[in-house]
Design a protein around this ligand. Structure first.
Ligand SMILES: [Ca+2]
Ligand SMILES: [Ca+2]
Ligand SMILES: [Ca+2]
Length: 275
């Protein structure tokens, strides 16, 4: 009789222990700021969308609209910036208590916007299988650089996700109508949705001694080569030669000085983007 009662107690305690482990949330924290597609920490005031999904065999990419693959069920949703202080040092981070505690391997997915409708890029973490013990999941997320929609509807060399990020038109090869195709603006770093922004010479200024200062709208970090050809734009087969060396812009307006340039015959200048 005594022995039977002891057995009953033991079974009850084991069952209670299992129930308690299942109810404990799984804590997850970003070990480093999550960056966006421009390399800056995610910082939307309402927080970018953060999902935890079941691996269930394999972590598949989301659909172009951000919907998860049917086998990767979303088990918990929160936002970047939640669970951490508003200190600037905590930008791009989060802390989450995932409830109910997932059973099986999970991974984290971060979008570059607070909603799927606004998102254009995402990133996935490594897979993590929650153990019974209180171990924190540190998802490695780096940067939202995976395009949700890598198709290029208008064939201008800028895929649909970048067109969405940059605010340009995925159905127009020159979104702002400034005469410079979106693909060229993308490479030059100028704005695809601003007709006043494009790579162009803005000023030629004669200097004392017959020299000529040529100035162009530049994008810091991009490199340029000024070139010159004798003739005019109607001249067939203009032959351009370099004026000075390649210049990497530090400021938005960049210039170089052509020695004796003001004394040269009538000609055409052009600025070549060096990649
Ligand atoms: Ca495009
Ligand atoms: Ca376009
Ligand atoms: Ca433009």
């Amino acid at each position: 009789m005594k022995s039977t009662r002891f057995t009953f107690m033991l079974v009850w305690m084991v069952a209670a222990g299992v129930a308690s482990a299942q109810q404990a949330p799984l804590h997850a924290e970003a070990p480093a700021p999550v960056l966006n597609e421009y390399g800056q920490a995610l910082s939307a005031p309402e927080g970018e969308l953060l999902q935890f999904l079941l691996v269930n065999g394999q972590a598949h990419p989301p659909a172009a609209d951000g919907a998860p693959h049917p086998s990767n069920t979303v088990v918990f949703t929160t936002r970047i910036g939640h669970g951490v202080s508003s200190d600037p040092a905590m930008l791009g981070r989060f802390s989450a208590a995932i409830t109910p505690r997932p059973v099986g391997a999970i991974f984290a997915r971060v979008f570059n916007a607070p909603t799927l409708e606004g998102a254009s890029f995402y990133t996935d973490s490594q897979a993590f299988t929650p153990p019974q013990s209180r171990v924190v999941f540190y998802p490695v997320l780096n940067a939202t650089t995976n395009p949700l929609d890598s198709a290029d509807d208008d064939g201008d060399g800028v895929h649909n996700s970048w067109e969405k990020s940059l605010g340009s038109n995925k159905s127009s090869t020159d979104s702002d109508g400034d005469g410079v195709p979106d693909g060229h603006e993308f490479r030059a770093g100028t704005k695809l949705n601003d007709a006043s922004s494009f790579l162009a010479l803005v000023r030629l200024t004669p200097l004392p001694g017959g020299h000529l200062r040529a100035e162009w709208d530049a994008v810091p970090g991009k490199s340029y080569q000024l070139q010159f050809s004798v003739g005019d734009l109607a001249t067939p087969g203009l032959t351009f030669s370099n004026v000075n060396g390649v210049i990497t812009a530090i400021h938005s307006e960049t210039h170089t000085i052509m020695t004796n340039g003001a004394l040269s015959p009538v000609g055409v200048f052009r600025v070549h983007l060096v990649e």
